[in-house]
Write a protein that binds this ligand. Structure first.
Ligand SMILES: Nc1ncnc2c1ncn2[C@@H]1O[C@H](COP(=O)(O)OP(=O)(O)OP(=O)(O)O)[C@@H](O)[C@H]1O
Ligand SMILES: [Mg+2]
Length: 341
């Protein structure tokens, strides 16, 4: 894999549209490379943008472009099920649990991949990036374009691969404590009946397997963090207005420890010809110009791409090509898109 291009910014500014347009453009300029566009936003909308059902499977969009809208539940299941199953078995080995069938039921129905926290499930999305590097996979991708959710959720996504194991363990511990609380009183009654050691050897073996799995999860997390550091390139999308400008400044500060910020897109600029002859439109335009200046000053060391609001929504391959031309210009060199500065 050569590059992971990540688009972030406030809600509704055009992250998904620019991601899709970028993927289409790069796939056109590099016909011999394989490009993947992934949505990391739970509220997927790639299908709408490409006017084609995509969902949780690799879907061919053009000769060398594929898309996917991963289902976080599937990843949660794939990467945590066996760990959770082992922990469940270990909990059931707690001497007192064996005496209270209701607790066993409680463990079975509550402690499942379904019940893991949403943030962690989201982070499982990232496994898709690792899959893209995995030589055993059906397609080897060279460039990934990642459409991210608005800033808050984006930060949570960056944070989790590093802390994935901590989150799983904390969740398990909380769960363990809740059972312990529930059985505390009953356990006094049972104390004299129970052999405090239980089946010691079996517990030890299980413990070891769990440690191995946790280590494996940790390695995958580290690998994702390292990949994003090495090959990731963040571009923040904004519109020329205060709230979205403030948000990309915050996003820049909050993401700098995870990924390189390489560029800024100023999107949805009102075309000048529509600003004439109407006082309201002129006010909007002069406010936009003020913020364009501010954004350019604030991010002067980065590449800045400006794009006007198109007359119709940029959807479908043709619409996305039009948006790509608006964003990057018709004569863009692909290296400027991949390595802006
Ligand atoms: N340059 C443009 N010209 C015209 N319409 C645009 C342009 N950029 C984006 N849009 C439209 O603006 C709307 C929001 O765009 P998009 O869904 O890409 O934003 P987003 O930042 O991904 O939103 P969300 O935060 O909800 O994921 C869409 O209807 C899209 O078609
Ligand atoms: Mg979006």
């Amino acid at each position: 894999m050569d590059r992971i291009i990540i688009l972030g910014g406030k809600g509704g500014v055009g992250k998904s549209s620019i991601s899709a347009a970028t993927a289409v453009k790069v796939s056109e300029l590099l016909p011999n490379k394989k490009i993947l566009i992934i949505s990391f936003d739970m509220a997927h909308n790639l299908s709408d943008l490409f006017e084609k059902p995509i969902g949780n499977k690799l879907t061919k969009l053009k000769s060398n472009l594929w898309g996917i809208e991963p289902d976080p539940d599937e990843y949660a299941e794939k990467y945590t099920k066996s760990l959770i199953d082992k922990m469940k078995t270990l909990m059931k080995q707690m001497p007192v649990v064996g005496f209270i069938p209701q607790i066993e039921d409680f463990i079975d129905t509550t402690f499942t991949p379904d019940s893991i926290p949403l943030a962690l499930k989201n982070a499982m999305f990232f496994q898709k990036i690792l899959d893209a590097e995995d030589l055993t996979q059906e397609i080897q991708f060279d460039i990934i374009v990642a459409d991210f959710p608005p800033t808050g959720n984006m930060i949570a996504l960056f944070e989790i691969p590093e802390d994935q194991v901590k989150v799983v363990l904390k969740y398990s511990l909380n769960f363990y404590n809740s059972i312990k609380g529930a059985v505390k009183n009953v356990s006094r009654v049972f104390r004299n009946l129970v052999n405090p050691l239980g089946d010691h050897k079996k517990r030890e073996e299980l413990g070891e397997e769990i440690v191995n799995m946790v280590e494996d999860l940790e390695k995958r997390g580290e690998r994702i963090t390292e990949l994003i550091h090495r090959k990731g390139s963040l571009r923040l999308v904004t519109i020329p207005e205060k709230p979205s400008f403030e948000e990309i400044k915050r996003a820049r500060d909050l993401t700098q420890k995870y990924v390189n910020l390489d560029g800024v897109h100023i999107n949805l600029i009102t075309p000048e010809k529509y600003s004439l002859g109407c006082e309201f439109c002129q006010n909007i335009r002069s406010n936009q110009l003020k913020y364009i200046k501010k954004i350019e000053n604030e991010f002067e060391r980065l590449r800045i791409w400006s794009s006007k609001k198109l007359l119709s929504e940029p959807v479908g391959l043709e619409g996305l090509k039009l948006l790509a031309d608006e964003v990057y210009g018709k004569e863009i060199d692909v290296n400027t898109i991949l390595y802006p500065k």
